[in-house]
Design a protein around this ligand. Sequence first.
Ligand code: ADP
Length: 330
Amino acid sequence: MYTTFDETNLDKIVTLLKSHQSKFLSGEKISQILQLSRAAVWKNIKILQSLGYKIESKPKTGYKLHSRSNLLLPWEISDGLQTDIIGRKIYYFNTIDSTQNFALRLSEWPHENGSVIIAKKQTRGRGRLNRKWVSPSGGIWLSVLLKPNFDSSHTSLFPMATSLALSIAIKKILKIDTQLKWPNDLTINDKKVAGILIDASIESNKIEYLIIGVGINFQVKPSAITRQIKNQNYGVATLVEKENNSQVKLVQQFLLELEHVYNQIMSGHVSNIQQKWIKRSSTIGKNITATTTTEVLRGKAIGIDKTGALLLSKDGKIQKLLAADISYKT
Ligand code: ADP
């Protein structure tokens, strides 16, 4: 595990090399500045190279950074991150069971409001209702832990607000349009490219914590994911097909957009989120089939209300859906 707050020398060396990008920096200089032995410098350089940093080393001259790693390493995410709360602490794992589960454990500790957990791979990624979320390397699998001080009625807004934040970030960084499928999916041509999962704990009507889980098929093979999915109701899409180095920027932008919608919810400005969500939604205006835990409903999706509930019109009556699986086949 790597974090933004453990005193590792890796991030310090990276910062030094970044500030000398056009020149070689001698091992001696690095060891003087960071009060490290030359052997320790060399060892850390080796680790950085294994993490994907292209660092040239020249005998008697020193080290030069040619390119950064594309991994979502915590010090790369925090370098240039513009948020106030989200991402104050970042945890990164090469492999983890589920970033949601780790966030759940962190929720018991103080000073973790805004913590972000990122993994390169998840072995037991979760979707809603304990469904499996396939999470190979190439995707972006992350959770954000929030300890908001407001009442529980706001919880149902988070799938809508988070999917909007992610869709805006994807558009800004990658110039790709995504559609929002109620309640929690981002799609491209009706194929799922990202999913959102909210775990919440509520005590005496106050939110104790919210864990926002996000799975983004950044650069994955859709066919390899489809093969591991049992209920193949939906297609799977990937955001990019070829090697791309905007993962870090995408995560930074997403965290910023998320903080923005979070602040809007905190200050009661929900209609702005609601309107923007509807604009990007593929659900509103469609005849749909909605499957809840108790029934199957058919009707026209005519809007969402200020709590994030879907409004379904059928035979002149309007029904509110708080949770359901929806399909555009009727
Ligand atoms: P839903 O799509 O019904 O809202 P979830 O958001 O909980 O359900 O996601 C779980 C479902 O998503 C799984 O049952 C599976 O069909 C599908 N799935 C799992 N992994 C991926 C992935 N990486 N990309 C796209 N779809 C996936």
